[in-house]
Write a protein that binds this ligand. Structure first.
Ligand code: ATP
Ligand code: MG
Length: 876
């Protein structure tokens, strides 16, 4: 046996099995694809299940792979036993109903003893106690000494997972010598200690279990084997422990460098070094497969691993962010075999550092509080309330608290903790429901809240007090609704969308994503807490996104100018029938009975831009409704207005008012602020209602830029000399194309006529008719018809049928000359008989007809049927 690197071992294994006819699979992602029964891939066979069950067909019936695996159930062993990691690579060979026990055992033995030359006298074999067949192969065919075969029970050597395929296994062990063992007199293969290392497990799946103890033999017997690459490397490299294997050692060394510890000097520190090494291997591979730290499922596994690694860093005295540095070594050691690590390294560092930062922000504080809590704990038991507080406030996962406490010989009241967790979940659910109800105008969470004072006509920001909110309070990441006593945020109404912006308190930010008003005039700011916490009574600053609001203002004022222009161009029947104004565009629906002509659209656009360029002041005034009506302000038909209304006018003393409307929206103060106006489209929404979509300000620039780049691309495609040349070039290309079409037509006619001349030679005389029947492939039905027409006009007594075959289908064209028709021939009848013989139908006029058949292989029969139809006619 020779020292072999982990990388070389991997390759030796895969190429050995390739040489035995196995398909080499690349490692599949750690995230199972379409297998809900598994959180993370934990063995080589897991991603291949569909081939074992027969659900999918493998590329070959034999396969081999080196699969990345995560086993979180082994987490507590990590660092403590020599042979467990949460991350490891599993080598395997698989047979999907191809070879079985005999070959599987032979391959394994040949690989162990011939390829990597493990010393036979160190190898032990276990078989399932009831599997005489396997024992027999090992002893009598392979030649393993019978005393080296150990029979183990179901728990160790029978692979079974609920119902379905299952079977006995056989494991190969390496004896590392008595000095590595537990020293107990009964230490043997299968003992929990590190003397006999199981490194390869051969699973013979041969039964179908019904889960009730009945095992029916399987028709398709499968082989699935798994060998831990790191464990094999330990053996080949003569090291004690999988953390001392070449590539892995370099990671531990990096942590030693960072922490100033030396490996092998202090057992407690070594455990921490190994835990960090292992957890960072897992984390790096998980992130590269798209997993991000969170509080659920795979994301939680990752969070737990990262936080555990960070905490063991503290135990080693590391007081800075260091996990990304360790990740760098993990990536460097593995990127050859797993290039995705290098490709995604920036993401990997980012996810790790973000998590480490957020954890370190709270861990010191949390640990201090935990110390205080444990000092007061009774009976060595931390209350569930305390554990929950650590979880809720300091982000301590329960496992972490449990682990820290177990180091101090203490427990947690987990029952109480679980109850508090459930309560919190209920509260969160209720808060979500309250929020959805309020947003939908239902429920009563904002019923007793006084109406909000809107200050957004004059101000973009103001100080305010939180009057009410969905839920008891909102913390980081949570979605919710906040109501304030006063606000600069516009709430969606009159077609204008709600504002966006930020509500901030001391240290916290809530991003407002939409705003609505309830029936009682309470402004509901919907959004999400970006940082910090929010509670009712908080003094806050409410600040809108001014850039977005300005874009909305431009579009809203432009809507008024548009309405005025439409009435000028189209007439005073134009009434607003709906509108929508946001920061990107405006949509205006109005009554009008026909599509606008290009000239009308241009006129409207010109008038609106004229108003803009005249820089007319836009003013708003509140006045009694009657007075407003007297000014001729346009109101929406059927809309209810209060006694006092807001009137928005655009105009000057000199020009008079160009627009006066009742409107609660927000506007620019001068039309020139609108910048520019451009219609994007004009279309119909309902009968008598048209819709204009338009843009203003920078929206116009964006639109023009997109037109420009489309024109430039078109110029490129047409090989024009730039946009200015586009029109000339496009009409040139179009006339070239017409010219070519004419040429093609001419050529088609020539071909048809020369084919017709050929066909004519095969004419038969049938009762005075000149009968011509022919099948031609690769011509269009139109060409067949023009051939028929040519023959018909050349020979007055002709009866012609041409079958054109293409794509398994056949089309028949038939024609009869004028004399033939007089003699009783009927093209429609002839073509019908032919089509029916080819599984179709059809018919037509006596002098010309077409029909289709579905079965092109019946063409000859069809033409014979046509001939018979004509013979019938001539007899009659
Ligand atoms: P053990 O009893 O030692 O935990 P196992 O019975 O769980 O091993 P299998 O499920 O048979 O192991 O997996 C096949 C092979 O994968 C094992 O023979 C071993 O080489 C390797 N392996 C399993 N778990 C781990 C682990 N946590 N770390 C490294 N290698 C492992
Ligand atoms: Mg195990």
């Amino acid at each position: 046996m020779e020292w072999t690197s982990l990388t070389d071992l991997r390759e030796k294994f895969l190429s050995y099995f390739e040489s035995k006819g196995h398909h080499r699979f690349k490692s599949f992602s750690l995230v199972p694809d379409g297998d809900k029964s598994l959180l993370l891939i934990n063995s080589g066979m897991a991603p291949l299940k569909k081939f074992f069950t027969g659900e999918a067909t493998p590329p070959k019936k034999r396969a081999t792979s080196c699969q990345k695996c995560i086993r979180t159930p082994d987490i507590d062993n990590v660092g403590k036993t020599a042979r467990h990691g949460t991350f490891f690579e599993m080598l395997g060979n698989f047979s999907f109903g191809d070879y079985f026990k005999r070959e599987a055992i032979q391959f394994a033995w040949e690989f162990c003893t011939k390829v990597i030359e493990l010393p036979v006298d160190k190898l032990w074999i276990s078989v399932y106690e009831g599997d005489d067949e396997a024992a027999d192969i090992w002893v009598n065919e392979i030649g393993v000494a019978p005393e080296r075969i150990v029979r183990l029970g179901k728990e160790d050597n029978f692979w079974e997972h609920g119902t379905g395929p299952c079977g006995p296994c056989s494991e190969i062990y390496f004896d590392r010598g008595p000095e590595k063992g537990c020293g107990r007199p009964d230490c043997h293969v299968g003992c929990d200690c590190d003397r006999y290392v199981e490194f390869w497990n051969l699973v013979f799946s041969q039964f179908d279990s019904d889960g009730k103890g009945n095992y029916a033999p399987l028709k398709q017997k499968n082989i699935d084997t798994g060998m831990g690459l790191e464990r094999l490397a330990c053996i080949m490299q003569g090291v004690d422990n999988l953390f001392e294997v070449d590539t892995i050692k370099n990671i531990t060394n990096r942590i030693c460098e960072i922490s100033g510890h030396k490996y092998g000097e202090d057992e407690k520190a070594d455990v921490s070094l190994r835990i960090i090494t292992d957890h960072m291997r897992s984390s790096v591979f998980m992130i590269s497969d798209g997993i991000i730290a969170s509080n659920e499922g795979r994301g939680y596994v990752l969070r737990r691993l990262l936080r555990r690694a960070a905490r063991h860093g503290r135990l080693l005295g590391i007081d800075r962010l260091f996990l990304a540095d360790v990740a760098e070594t993990v990536i460097n050691e593995n990127k050859k075999a797993y290039p995705e690590l290098e490709e995604r390294k920036e993401l990997i560092y980012k996810v790790i550092t973000t998590e480490e930062e957020s954890f370190s922000r709270t861990i010191d504080q949390g640990l201090q509080i935990l110390d205080e809590m444990t000092a007061q704990a009774e009976n060595n038991m931390l209350s569930g309330k305390d554990a929950f507080m650590l979880y809720d406030t300091f982000g301590f996962p329960l496992d972490l608290t449990r682990e820290i406490l177990s180091e101090r010989g203490m427990n947690i009241d987990e029952e109480e903790f679980t109850r508090l967790m459930a309560d919190q979940r209920d509260r969160a659910r209720k808060a979500r429901k309250d929020m959805n109800d309020a947003w939908a105008g239902e429920g009563n969470i904002f019923k007793d809240v006084p109406a909000t004072k809107f200050v957004g006509y004059e101000l973009d920001a103001c100080d305010a007090t939180v009057a009410a909110m969905s839920g008891d309070g909102l913390s980081e990441g949570e979605q919710g609704i906040i109501a304030l006593d006063k606000t600069p945020f516009y709430a969606e109404s009159g077609g204008q969308v709600g504002d966006h912006g930020i509500i901030s308190n001391n240290g916290g930010e809530f991003a407002v994503e939409d705003v609505k008003k309830n029936e009682d005039g309470v402004y509901m700011h919907m959004g999400r807490v970006i940082s910090g916490k929010f509670a009712t009574g908080d003094i806050v600053k409410a600040e809108i996104d001014v850039i977005r609001r300005n874009a909305i203002r431009r579009n809203h004022t432009a809507t008024h100018l548009l309405q005025a222009a439409l009435r000028k161009v189209l007439g005073s029947h134009v009434q607003q029938a709906g509108s929508m104004v946001d920061d990107r565009e405006l949509r205006f629906d109005f009554t009008h009975f026909s599509a606008m002509t290009p000239v009308e659209k241009q006129q409207v656009e010109d008038i609106v831009n004229g108003y803009i360029l005249s820089a007319l002041p836009v003013t708003t005034r509140e006045m009694p409704a009657d007075e407003a009506k007297a000014t001729g302000a346009m109101a929406l038909f059927g809309e209810k207005y209060g006694d006092i209304v807001r009137v928005v006018s655009a105009g000057s003393e000199k020009a008079g008012n160009v627009s006066v409307e009742l409107c609660g929206g927000t506007h620019v103060t001068n039309t020139s602020n609108v910048g520019l106006f451009k219609i994007v489209s004009e279309s119909s929404v309902a009968s008598g209602v048209r819709r204009i979509v338009a843009v203003t300000g920078s929206g116009v620039i964006n639109l023009l830029n997109s037109y420009k780049s489309a024109a430039e691309n078109a110029a490129d495609i047409l090989k024009a000399a730039g946009i200015d040349d586009l029109e000339r070039r496009a009409s040139q290309v179009m006339s070239e194309m017409k010219e070519k079409e004419r040429e093609i037509e001419k050529l088609r006619a020539q071909i048809a006529s020369s084919q017709a001349d050929d066909i004519i030679k095969s004419a038969k005389d049938i009762g005075g008719f000149k009968f011509i029947a022919s099948a031609v492939s690769d011509i269009t039905p139109d060409a067949a018809r023009s051939m028929c027409d040519k023959i018909k006009s050349d020979y007055k007594n002709s009866v012609v049928i041409i079958a054109s075959v293409s794509g398994g289908k056949v089309t028949f064209a038939s024609a009869c000359g004028s004399q033939a028709v007089e003699m009783g021939a009927h093209a429609g009848n002839i073509v019908k008989k032919a089509a029916m013989a080819a599984g179709g139908n059809g018919g037509g006029r006596p002098d010309s007809a077409m029909a289709g058949g579905k079965d092109a292989s019946k063409v000859q029969q069809a033409l014979i049927a046509a001939e018979e139809a004509l013979r019938e006619t001539s007899k009659a």
